[in-house]
Design a protein around this ligand. Structure first.
Ligand code: PLP
Length: 401
């Protein structure tokens, strides 16, 4: 008899979240053009939590990346290096900021941006690198900082999978010029929608503050607009909810970290499966996605899509992940957003990142983060299900021979 697999409901919530939001509802002060009240409180708490000087909440993670790029001086037409194995927004927001996303391949052990590929992609037009801490695994920030120093670039961490994670005791998102977070509903910390930029740079913070508030500046008048900003402010309701959620983040991150390590040790023993490589120096892994690598050759040649479907049938909340690297998305293949001059330089139909393609087509299997909030017995049940699906696939293939 296989054990029943339990999945923790997401988001975790209790009366403290409800009371925080109800207090704002009762106050009648739901918005905040002055970025005060619960917004100011959350921004300060989030900065302190991350060991950063400043934090600025915004409407979502995509906008966080956009205002960070602008605040760090990236200009229209500049090239920005991004991974192809990430959510659309990491690359699309670069194009929305009138810059040119340039894809560099990922590393096979972590699926994070590969510094060697990044170096090869640098041109005189490159202005920024956006490493993603994919699934919560720390990207190689030391290598990117070295490249940035040598080539005069800025580095923005896409920490939308990184809440609470640590590299050598420092929070992911606090390791570069700016770090960007999403609080969208699947994320490790959520207010339904939302985002934030953290930074130690006062100049960048002042500009993010202006950009999220219609281009207003400190000491300026209400109808005085200095920069091409917009209303990217969150509501007081979201901010109050985020403060309540932030109190849980450390405990949740430690639970995911411990269960992730335990699940790795179990998956490692299953024929045809490999956990992702640990990142040396990462002392806390937030596991926004629990990933492992599937080998179709060890499971009778069955595709990973079919493997993931069979595993999901057993109650493991899993998914095959991205079907294609981002450069294969129609918007990049058509690349109509590029200017005539840019289109002569960048042709996404010719991009080929073999590691990202293998991750998409053959290898990567995802389990949703909330599963890792469960018990050790749940991890054992999931690993047993992985083993039993793999065995069944091998036996079916053998029978067909
Ligand atoms: C890696 C990554 N970057 C950026 C984003 C964009 O965040 P949002 O959906 O809040 O705009 C997401 C999430 O959806 C993401 O997963």
């Amino acid at each position: 008899m296989e054990a029943k697999i339990k999945v923790t409901e997401w988001p975790e919530r209790d009366e403290t979240d409800i009371e925080a939001v109800v207090a704002i509802l009762r106050s009648g002060k739901w918005g905040s053009p002055d970025l005060g009240g619960a917004i100011k409180t959350f921004d300060e708490e989030f900065a302190a939590y991350n060991g950063s000087r400043f934090a600025a909440s915004v409407v979502n993670g995509s906008v966080a990346l956009r205002v960070a790029l602008l605040a760090l001086g990236v200009k229209p037409g500049d090239e920005v290096i991004v991974p192809p194995y990430t959510f659309f927004a990491t690359a699309s927001i670069v194009a929305e900021t009138n810059c040119v996303p340039v894809f560099a391949d990922i590393e096979p052990g972590t699926y994070n941006l590969d510094p060697v590929a990044v170096e090869a992609a640098i041109t005189p037009r490159t202005r920024a690198i956006i490493p993603v801490h994919f699934a919560g695994a720390a990207a190689n920030m030391e290598a990117f900082q070295r490249l940035a120093a040598r080539h005069g670039l800025v580095v923005i961490e896409d920490a939308c999978h990184g809440h609470g994670g640590e590299y050598r005791g420092r929070k992911l998102g606090s390791l570069a010029d700016a770090g960007c977070f999403s609080f969208q509903s699947s994320k490790n910390m959520t207010s339904g929608e939302g985002g934030a930029v953290i930074t130690d740079r006062e100049d960048a913070f002042d500009m993010v503050n202006s950009l999220r508030n219609c281009g207003r500046v400190k000491g300026g008048q209400w109808y005085e607009h200095h920069h091409l900003g917009c209303n990217y402010r969150i509501t007081q309701l979201q901010a109050a909810l985020l403060s309540a959620q932030l109190k849980r983040l450390e405990g949740q991150t430690r639970r995911r970290h411990d269960n992730g390590l335990y699940l790795d040790s179990l998956i490692e023993k299953v024929e045809g499966m490999r956990p992702m490589d640990p990142v040396p120096g990462q002392n806390l892994h937030p596991r926004h996605i629990y990933m492992f690598r599937y080998n179709p050759g060890a499971c009778g040649g069955t595709s990973k899509v079919e493997f993931a479907r069979r595993l999901a049938e057993k109650g493991v909340p899993c998914f095959r992940g991205y079907p294609e690297p981002l450069y294969r998305q129609p918007v990049f293949r058509n690349s109509s957003f590029l200017s005539y001059d840019q289109a002569r330089r960048v042709d996404y139909t010719r991009v080929h990142c073999p590691v990202a393609e293998k991750a998409c087509h053959e290898e990567a299997v995802w389990i949703y983060q909330n599963f890792l909030l469960g018990s050790r017995e749940d991890m054992e049940a999931a690993a047993a299900a992985v083993g039993s699906v793999a065995k069944a696939l091998r036996e079916e293939a053998a029978r067909k021979k």
